[in-house]
Ligand binder design. Structure first.
Ligand SMILES: [Zn+2]
Length: 268
C-alpha cells in the first residue's frame, strides 16, 4: 500500500466559534479546525487503496490511523454522484486527523456517477444494492462491500443530499439524519440544529429518524451485517447554497466522529 503525503492543513477555522461557544461542552466547528491540523498528537499513519481496480468503477479509499487506539469509522461520499456536499466534505475528511482510532473515507463511492454528475452510475442506484440477506446486487456494490468488510467499521456515515425538506415537500428527505437502532441520531441532530442551522431557517432544522434496517441501503447493511452504528445524512438543495450544505455536512461528520470517540475536545 502506497503512503499518502500528509497535507499540512492551511485551513480556515469554520463554524460556530461565535457567541455562546463558551457555554457549550463541544464546538464542532472548532473540532473540524483541530482535525485539519495534523500537527497535534503525533503523526498519523496514512494509506490509500484502489478499490475495484481494473474495472470501470475503480475508486480510491483513504485511511488515516491515529496513534491512539479507538474505533474505526467509515465515511462515504458520492454514493449518489450529483450530491456534491458529500463528495466535497469527504474529500476534505481524507486530510483530517482523528485523535483516536481509524478514519476510512471513500469520497467517490460511485466514481462514474460522480464524473457524470448524475445520481446513478453504470450499475444504477448504488444505494439500493444492499438488500437484506441477499448480498450486494451489482459489481460496484460487491467491490464496495468487500472494502467495508475488510475495514470492519464500528461507525458508518453515508453523506447525501435531497431536493426538498422532509415533511414539507412530499417524497423528499432533506434535513434528516437516519440512524440504526442504538446509534445516537437524536443528539447529533440536536448538535446540527444548535451549531449549523441558522435561526432564520426554522424549516431546515434536522430531524432524526431511527431506521428499521429492512431496506437495501448501504447504511442498513453495515448495521445489519457488522453491527456498526450507522448513519445516513441528508441535507437539501432547498434554499441552501453549496457552502451552506457543505458546512452542515462538515458539522454532521465532526459530530458523528466526536460522539463515537474519534475526535476529542482538547484540554477541556
Ligand atoms: Zn443520495
Amino acid at each position: 500500500m502506497r503512503r499518502r503525503r500528509i497535507l499540512a492543513a492551511g485551513g480556515v477555522l469554520v463554524g460556530a466559534a461565535a457567541a455562546g461557544a463558551a457555554s457549550r461542552p463541544v464546538d464542532h466547528g472548532e473540532l473540524v479546525g483541530r482535525a485539519r491540523d495534523s500537527s497535534e498528537g503525533g503523526a498519523p499513519e496514512t494509506n490509500t487503496e484502489t478499490l475495484l481496480s481494473d474495472t470501470v468503477h475503480e475508486t480510491t479509499l483513504y485511511e488515516v490511523d491515529a496513534p491512539a487506539d479507538g474505533p474505526t469509522a467509515m465515511i462515504f461520499g458520492g454514493v449518489h454522484g450529483d450530491e456534491y456536499n458529500g463528495i466535497d466534505v469527504a474529500r476534505e475528511v481524507i486530510d483530517w486527523t482523528p485523535d483516536a482510532g481509524t478514519l476510512v473515507t471513500i469520497p467517490e463511492t460511485d466514481r462514474i456517477a460522480v464524473e457524470n454528475d448524475e445520481r446513478e452510475g453504470l450499475d444504477g442506484d448504488l444505494n439500493r444494492h444492499f438488500p437484506a440477506e441477499e448480498g450486494p446486487a451489482s459489481e460496484l456494490a460487491t467491490g464496495i462491500w468487500d472494502a467495508v468488510e475488510r475495514h470492519d467499521p464500528d461507525v458508518v456515515l453515508d453523506l447525501h443530499r435531497s431536493l426538498g425538506v422532509y415533511g414539507v415537500h412530499q417524497e423528499y428527505v432533506g434535513q434528516a439524519l437516519f440512524y440504526s437502532p442504538g446509534a445516537d441520531g437524536e443528539s447529533i441532530a440536536a448538535t446540527l440544529n444548535d451549531e449549523a442551522v441558522p435561526w432564520y431557517l426554522p424549516m431546515h432544522r434536522f430531524v432524526a429518524h431511527e431506521s428499521h434496517l429492512s431496506g437495501p441501503l448501504l447504511f442498513h447493511e453495515t448495521a445489519r451485517e457488522l453491527g456498526a452504528a450507522s448513519y445516513l445524512f441528508e441535507t437539501t438543495n432547498f434554499l441552501l447554497d453549496r457552502e451552506a450544505k457543505n458546512e452542515m455536512t462538515r458539522i454532521a461528520t465532526a459530530a458523528v466522529l466526536e460522539r463515537h470517540g474519534l475526535l476529542e475536545t482538547g484540554g477541556q
